[in-house]
Design a protein around this ligand. Structure first.
Ligand code: NAD
Ligand code: LYC
Length: 591
């Protein structure tokens, strides 16, 4: 077998290391016929000698690349193995479909991947995991893993995030709702009633969401069934669907600093302020962090994608890496397959794209005129900026005892909240799982929003120098605000720019995801999974309900349900289908 080839790297997503160790923490209840791994217990520590089944298939596929006859037909081809694509693929595989996932990179996960360096295991993206508890209906990451017989050991985070905000406002979002709300009221005692009302409405929406069985909102038999079983909850959701968090907050709250705090609460999950954040999305995250809590997978976030990829293979489906899809193949206007950069073709009854909508329609279907629906999407949504990320290994002594895992820093001026490099996100996952770093060390994963335009047109030398200057300034700010001596404690530092994210995450301009162009009508304009091209579906963050690992997991569950109905693996009603899909299309044009 050829080794996992290290291609020319940028700093962010280097080859996950030669050993491609699976992040630990996986508990596999059972192993399927093709499973490379079967354990009866919980894993601890990275197992260097052990390769995941999915990575083994990757190596095989890497050796096979190049030309030849088309393969298929599969039930579904999934382009990309971000969490959205993997959840869609595994849900379909669990329903008995034969799925092929094609991933451009070396390992699964996309923004939720990982890489190892000098004994550190870094999460590529966020380390804040919603939907990973063992209760309710909204623990979608847990459910996605369960569908393919996996369970991961998780570590409960005692808090979601520690806010360090202008005016020396410091708010710790405790796991316990009462502790958080009392802390917030203690900072704004004159707004006690408004605080209770705003977060109370969030709970009303969350409880409605949590009471439903979550499947495709584009499948009428399911949707009408839910309306019949839970009319009040569904009407509550329908009522709040076109509303935004900032408008609702303003009904009850007058204090400008408190409204700005709610902006920051929304910004960390939507990259926009509360007036632009759909109320349903805000409610989901502002409550799940207390209901199920934020839970971190032992061994790192990368274990989620690796486990899903393994689960997919064990269910008899396939995943191939270094498989760069360049075209969706259409026949009589219907998507019937894909072509790779090496010319190889694969055919399927359905094609699901986990690439962003800008990539799907702008690159994979570049010869086709942009459909009206996509024009409407691009009228309502723009690409959010990309980000600058710094992965660091530091000496443990620099962190005071009891340091929280996640921090959000905006020092002096609320006006900088949404500006590039304005706010700083910081995660220290080793506070929860020390096994991610060599003894006596911690990981600091820092990121801030940044636009690609700032990084274009530089020579190699200017580019490297700019990364150094910008990263050092961010580190200086953290040193001043949180950790004196930070600069001197660094033992490893890797900086990723928007160009790095564009290249290694295959995301147009390295975008973090879609954000509303103006003030949206809540979630009304967000497209679901079907597209105006027959047989082509989208999944991931440019679909309802948007950015976020749990959000794209939901999009994967919805997508798999709709596809399964269309290929005859789930019940469907063609008459009701065309009625509902037409109605939803019309509703989107109202937004
Ligand atoms: N950006 C971050 O740092 C970050 C961090 C944590 C979580 N997240 C969340 O994850 C969400 C994204 O998840 P997602 O599932 O939508 O997508 P993703 O971007 O994580 O994954 C998409 C995958 O598709 C692959 N891909 C794209 N085009 C391809 C092509 N033509 N051929 C083959 N493979 C291709 C990419 O390599 C990538 O692995 C974001 O919205 C964000 O909220 C992002
Ligand atoms: C059909 C129609 C139209 C109507 C009807 C009515 C109904 C029934 C409705 C229903 C609905 C539903 C079901 C909905 C659902 C929704 C959901 C699930 C949502 C979700 C969401 C989620 C989200 C948004 C998430 C997000 C998250 C994120 C983004 C995260 C991030 C994180 C980070 C960045 C981190 C931070 C860090 C630091 C601070 C350091």
């Amino acid at each position: 077998m050829p080794p996992l080839a290290a291609r020319a790297h940028g700093p962010l997503l280097l080859a996950p290391t030669a050993h491609a160790a699976r992040p630990a923490g996986l508990l596999r209840a059972s192993s399927g016929p093709r499973g490379g791994v079967s354990v009866g217990g919980v894993r601890r520590g990275a197992l260097a000698s052990e390769r995941s089944a999915a990575v083994a298939v990757a190596e095989k596929a890497a050796g096979e690349e190049g030309g030849g006859e088309g393969e298929g037909p599969y039930d579904a081809i999934v382009i990309g193995s971000g969490i959205g694509g993997l959840v869609a693929g595994t849900q379909l595989a669990a329903k008995g479909a034969r799925v092929l996932v094609l991933e451009k990179y070396l390992i699964p996960g996309g923004s939720s991947g990982y890489y190892c360096r000098d004994g550190f295991t870094f999460d590529v993206g966020s380390s804040v995991m919603f939907g990973f508890s063992d209760k309710g209906n909204l623990n979608l990451i847990t459910q996605a893993l369960e569908a393919v017989g996996c369970k991961m050991e998780v570590l409960p985070d005692p808090s979601t995030v520690h806010f360090h905000l202008p005016g020396d406002l410091s708010v710790l979002v405790h796991r316990e709702y009462e502790d958080f709300i009392n802390e917030l009221i203690s900072k704004f005692p004159h707004e006690k009633e408004g605080i209770l009302k705003f977060y109370g409405i969030c709970w009303k929406i969350f409880n409605s969401l949590n009471s439903l069985e979550l499947k495709s909102l584009e499948e009428p038999l399911y949707l009408f069934g839910q309306f019949f079983q839970k009319p009040l909850e569904c009407l509550t959701l329908a009522y709040y669907l076109p509303q935004n968090a900032g408008d609702i907050a303003r009904k009850f709250i007058k204090d400008q600093a408190l409204l700005s705090f709610i902006d920051a609460e929304c910004f960390i999950v939507s990259t926009v302020n509360a007036l632009q954040t759909p109320m349903i999305n805000a409610s989901m995250v502002l409550c799940d962090r207390h209901f199920g809590g934020i839970n971190y997978p032992v061994g790192g976030v990368g274990g989620i994608a690796t486990s899903l990829a393994d689960g997919l293979v064990e269910k008899g489906s396939e995943i191939r890496y270094k498989a760069n899809v360049t075209n969706v193949i259409l026949e009589n206007g219907k998507a019937v397959g894909v072509r790779l950069s090496n010319g190889k073709e694969f055919f399927a009854k359905t094609v699901i794209s986990n690439a962003t909508r800008w990539d799907t329609f702008g690159k994979l279907l570049k010869d086709k005129e942009l459909p009206e629906e996509e024009k409407n999407f691009q009228k309502n949504y723009v690409k959010a900026p990309s980000f600058l990320s710094i992965h660091m290994g530091v000496k443990a002594s620099v962190l005071p005892a009891g340091t929280d895992c996640h921090h959000f820093v905006l020092e002096d001026d609320w006006n900088n909240l949404e500006k590039p490099y304005g706010s700083i996100f910081l995660s220290i996952p080793t506070v929860l799982d020390p096994s991610l770093a060599p003894e006596g060390h911690h990981i600091l994963h820092i990121f801030t929003t940044a636009g690609i335009e700032d990084w274009e047109g530089l020579s190699r030398k200017e580019y490297e120098e700019k990364k150094e200057v910008v990263a050092n300034e961010i580190i200086r700010r953290l040193e001043k605000k949180l950790f004196p001596g930070l600069q001197d404690s660094i033992v490893l530092k890797e900086v990723g720019s928007p160009k790095t994210h564009r290249r290694f995450l295959a995301r147009n301009d390295g975008t973090y995801g879609p954000m509303p162009r103006g003030k949206p009508k809540g979630l009304l304009a967000m497209p679901f999974n079907t597209t105006s091209i027959d047989g082509l579906y989208c999944v991931g963050d440019s679909c309802f309900p948007g950015q976020g690992v749990i959000a794209v997991a939901f999009s994967g569950i919805m997508c798999a349900h709709r596809v399964a109905a269309d290929i005859g693996l789930e019940q469907r009603s063609p008459v009701l289908d065309s009625g509902l899909l037409g109605l939803l299309r019309w509703l989107r044009t109202l937004a």
